[in-house]
Design a protein. Structure first.
Ligand SMILES: [Zn+2]
Length: 153
């Protein structure tokens, strides 16, 4: 899923749970579970990881990250009473797995390899068996989900 989608899910978890530790853990677990849904990034990942064509993946991720920041800024400025720490922790937990993947891509650290395997076990669980959906459909679907989630807050 996009960072924006993970962040929106983390925000809803943070508002719902209200506890930073629980929010972080539930947010991180949500990342793995939500990533199981085929979400159109298989071709982008293949071009990045196998064909070493980085431009598309870097552009997509940069735009996604900036939109995620806007969503987080918007959510954190809502006039709703909640624990800011719980909100931040749940969002941090929900996007953290992709940070670890990026750190591994950058460092190739052997200490992160187990986490990468765990992440892609979930990420590829259904898309490897049944195929992926088109990226455009996935982006539209995720945009709708983000709007719906933000309306829950
Ligand atoms: Zn992920």
């Amino acid at each position: 899923m996009t960072i924006t989608t993970h962040a929106a899910i983390g925000a809803v978890i943070g508002f719902s749970v209200g506890n930073p530790v629980a929010g972080f853990i539930i947010g991180m677990c949500s990342h793995f579970l939500v990533d199981m849904i085929p979400h159109g990034d298989s071709n982008l990942a293949k071009k990045f990881r196998i064909q070493k064509k980085k431009r598309g993946a870097v552009t997509f991720t940069t735009i996604d990250a900036v939109i995620a920041i806007y969503v987080i800024l918007g959510v954190s400025n809502l006039p709703i009473p909640t624990s800011d720490v719980a909100l931040s922790a749940a969002i941090a937990g929900s996007i953290m797995p992709d940070l670890v993947i990026g750190l591994h891509d950058l460092t190739k650290s052997k200490y992160l390899k187990w986490f990468v395997k765990l992440h892609f076990f979930f990420h590829d669980f259904f898309s490897k068996k049944y195929g992926d959906i088109k990226l455009g459909y996935a982006i539209i679907g995720q945009a709708v989900i983000v709007v719906l989630l933000l309306n829950l807050i």
